[in-house]
Design a protein around this ligand. Structure first.
Ligand SMILES: Cc1cc2nc3c(=O)[nH]c(=O)nc-3n(C[C@H](O)[C@H](O)[C@H](O)COP(=O)(O)OP(=O)(O)OC[C@H]3O[C@@H](n4cnc5c(N)ncnc54)[C@H](O)[C@@H]3O)c2cc1C
Length: 388
């Protein structure tokens, strides 16, 4: 008898899980809150590692398509001093396929393929332990029962409370994201500064990075150490009011006010670097949250977690990779297991916790060094991880 399996969330974790099950002819219900694939901007670009995300794509049978869509040249990385001096200018060899970049939207479409996703299904709660299985509650009042519910619903998972009381906490680092369009024609100087991949500049407790996506789109990330409510009192929290001329708290929806606050925060940095902020369009406020590094839970029959729902960590290039590999591995184990899934899920969780715990430690230490009091630490970290 086929088990009733649902995955909550159609991000990298949920779609990879579903796609691999689909490949093994095992039915799966994909429940996604967004009303349609294009309901919101898909976000920036992801680098997929050979031994993680690419391995997952191989298990899903779409590695060749990924290779055609991805940008190996996007691995290029330039590091500047705050005065604009180039400190590192690393470019991949043409045959380097270790960590190519792919736009999130393209990855989503690749994984979606012919999958039958149920869009607009907003899960509010998951209740294990009923006689007939695990009960899933939806925002519209409906309920459905499954034998296994996989929570792949990201940082603010509604499935997570069914297995653990852990909730994400603020890292002390906030990110404000903006973007540039048609950079090659509208901002050729910035296009040259960014190159084919990314440029990053590290100062004391702050960093500014820009990353090329396809089609001349660039995402710019300003990162800085600040209390969560930094914008409510710029003078007290950031020592900024005098220079920004803003007497009251910053309205995060006010594009020009956010821009001038950021320009004040990065005051003194080289003009070409600050142009990344000057030409940015909208600004999105993204405080960085994480789950505890060694986050595990007592196994709950019929429910498990994948990806950010299980192990939210600083965005240092591992989260989507882990999410996808976990999705692929769990799907393969489920497809191969006859009957009861408890042992399969238990074994999967042990493996996920061990690997994710290692990466959570690495990325947590990495964030401390990249956005910290000593900018030479950021450069040292780059030299440690980047092949020369
Ligand atoms: C700026 C930035 C850059 C990053 N760069 C990289 C990178 O280069 N490489 C990398 O590996 N990682 C990167 N990451 C991390 C990566 O984005 C995440 O780890 C990854 O998206 C996690 O995938 P996921 O499927 O677990 O969760 P998500 O991507 O968050 O997907 C969750 C899905 O669940 C849906 N959902 C949420 N709640 C519900 C609900 N109640 N009911 C139904 N559906 C729901 C959401 O709509 C969403 O589609 C980056 C993160 C950031 C912020």
């Amino acid at each position: 008898m086929r088990r009733r399996i649902a995955v909550v969330g159609g991000g990298p974790a949920g779609l990879t899980f579903a796609r691999v099950l689909h490949r093994h002819d095992h039915p799966v219900t994909v429940l996604e809150r967004d009303p349609s694939p294009g309901a919101r901007p898909p976000g920036g670009t992801l680098d997929l590692h050979e031994q993680l995300g690419q391995l997952a794509l191989d298990k899903a049978g779409v590695l060749a398509e990924f290779q055609a869509l991805s940008r190996p040249e996007g691995q290029a990385m330039r590091i500047l001093d705050t005065d604009g001096t180039v400190l590192r200018d690393w470019r991949p060899r043409p045959d380097d396929l270790a960590n190519p970049e792919i736009d999130r939207g393209k990855l989503r479409d690749l994984l979606l393929g012919s999958l039958d996703v149920q869009w607009g299904r907003d899960v509010t709660e998951v209740e294990p332990g009923s006689r007939d299985g695990v009960l899933v509650h939806f925002a519209d009042g409906r309920q459905e029962t499954f034998d296994l519910v996989v929570g792949a619903d990201g940082a603010w998972s509604r499935v997570r409370p069914a297995v653990t009381s852990a909730t994400p906490y603020y890292t002390g680092v906030t990110m404000v994201e903006t973007s540039l369009d048609e950079v090659d024609t509208r901002h050729p100087d910035l296009a040259r500064l960014i190159g084919d991949g990314s440029v990053a500049v590290y100062g004391v407790n702050r960093a500014l990075a820009a990353q090329r996506n396809s089609g001349g789109h660039v995402k710019v990330y300003a990162q800085f150490r600040a209390p969560l409510d930094w914008h409510t009192d710029l003078e007290r929290h950031m020592g900024l009011n005098r220079r920004t001329g803003l007497d009251e708290g910053l309205d995060l929806a006010d594009v020009e006010a956010v821009r001038s606050s950021l320009l004040a925060l990065f005051d003194g940095w080289a003009a070409p670097v600050l142009n990344l902020l000057r030409h940015g369009t909208a600004f999105a406020h993204r405080p960085l949250y994480v789950l505890p590094v060694a986050h595990t839970w007592a196994h709950v029959p019929g429910v498990t977690l994948l990806g950010d729902a299980a192990h939210l960590m600083p965005p240092l290039g591992a989260g989507a990779n882990l999410a996808m590999l976990e999705g692929a591995e769990l799907a393969e184990s489920v497809a191969a297991a006859p009957g009861d899934l408890a042992e399969v899920v238990r074994a999967f969780e042990e493996q996920m916790w061990a690997r994710a715990g290692r990466w959570a430690k690495i990325t947590t230490a990495g964030l401390e060094r990249l956005v910290g009091p000593d900018p030479t630490e950021a450069l040292a970290l780059f030299d440690e991880v980047q092949p020369s």
